[in-house]
Design a protein around this ligand. Structure first.
Ligand SMILES: NC(=O)c1ccc[n+]([C@@H]2O[C@H](COP(=O)([O-])OP(=O)(O)OC[C@H]3O[C@@H](n4cnc5c(N)ncnc54)[C@H](OP(=O)(O)O)[C@@H]3O)[C@@H](O)[C@H]2O)c1
Length: 295
């Protein structure tokens, strides 16, 4: 990975930080994103210390806000000659439905629209590299897609919306790969597996009954016990592999699992009606006209 420049969104904590660390150890120049300058500076320092690699940069952006996504892409264009990799890693889980300042449901904004917009805006940077890889990080149990409830406007549960947002993101990733045939830019999806991170620690619902909170707490202590980043490092392996392994060069439109094995796409993700509907909605909500022709 020497001389490769890779952007990892959500690189200030959890799986993203471990992904950036792993790539820096392989010699890559990594750029991480996050929302908080102090958390970001601490992550940069930890990645530098852990890798011996000085070329670790931080860019601040709240990916829930489209103006931040656009400003992030501009900064990347101004500061770097090209991008060899983009890892759309940042993802959120919201127990309660929230709207962003753009008026968009927050899970959909971060997990679906941010990767869609950022990948489009950075496409010229990716195309400037001899070959570039876009990796989109999904969650467990995607598959459900309700086209009339993509932002949880009819009914909303945190887990339902998280799962649906990942399905929509995967439909877009599959569509990107179809729209970039024979390109130097590959687009794949990976599932990292379960890890103890800020996101999974946020699974505890504040407003639920004491009994439910007790059960959740028990489950969290069983499945998401703080392990000092060990499980996040393990979960980062599939993104690191997809971003760096020579045998994945040119492979596109593939859904990889935790052991970098190929998984089957769910019908809801590759169904052309679904893909086109999510693509059209994403274009509309980001006010972006994709230059990639529909196939
Ligand atoms: N953990 C798991 O068990 C698990 C399982 C399956 C899939 N995944 C997926 O793996 C990816 C990483 O998950 P994780 O568990 O590592 O998450 P995490 O620990 O919550 O991720 C933290 C990172 O995301 C950034 N982030 C959060 N909200 C953001 C926003 N609105 N804008 C910009 N950055 C934001 C944080 O930056 P700040 O410094 O700004 O907070 C931080 O860098 C996600 O896509 C998740 O869905 C995780």
């Amino acid at each position: 990975m020497k001389d490769k420049i890779v952007l990892v969104t959500g690189g200030t904590g959890g799986i993203g930080q471990q992904t950036a660390l792993g790539l820096a150890r392989l010699g890559a120049h990594v750029i991480i994103t996050g929302r908080d300058a102090a958390r970001g500076a601490a992550a940069v320092e930890a990645i530098r210390q852990g890798s011996g690699q000085a070329r670790v940069d931080l860019l601040l952006a709240d990916l829930a806000e489209q103006q931040d996504v656009r400003a992030l892409a501009e900064q990347v264009q101004q500061r770097y000659p090209r991008l060899d990799g983009l890892i759309n890693n940042a993802g959120v889980f919201k127990m309660q439905r929230q709207l962003t300042s753009d008026g968009i449901e927050a899970t959909f904004a971060v997990n679906v629209l941010a990767p869609f917009l950022l990948t489009h805006l950075l496409l010229p940077m990716l195309q400037a590299a001899p070959s570039a890889r876009v990796i989109n990080v999904t969650g467990g149990s995607p598959g459900k897609l309700e086209l009339d409830n993509l932002q949880g406007e009819r009914k909303y549960t945190g887990f339902g919306q998280y799962s649906q947002s990942k399905t929509a993101m995967m439909a877009l990733a599959y569509e990107f790969a179809q729209r970039l045939p024979g390109s130097t830019v590959s687009v794949n999806v990976c599932y990292p597996g379960r890890a103890t991170t800020p996101m999974t620690r946020g699974f505890l619902p504040n407003s639920s009954s004491p009994l439910l909170r007790g059960v959740f707490s028990l489950l969290q202590n069983t499945f998401f016990r703080d392990d000092g980043g060990k499980s996040a490092a393990k979960a980062a392996r599939s993104s690191i592999y997809l971003a760096s392994a020579p045998e994945v060069s040119g492979v596109t439109g593939v859904y990889f699992g935790t052991k970098s094995e190929r998984l089957d796409w769910k019908p809801s993700m590759i169904d052309s009606v679904n893909r086109k509907a999510v693509w059209a909605l994403s274009e509309q909500l980001t006010q972006l006209v994709s230059p990639l022709p529909s196939i």
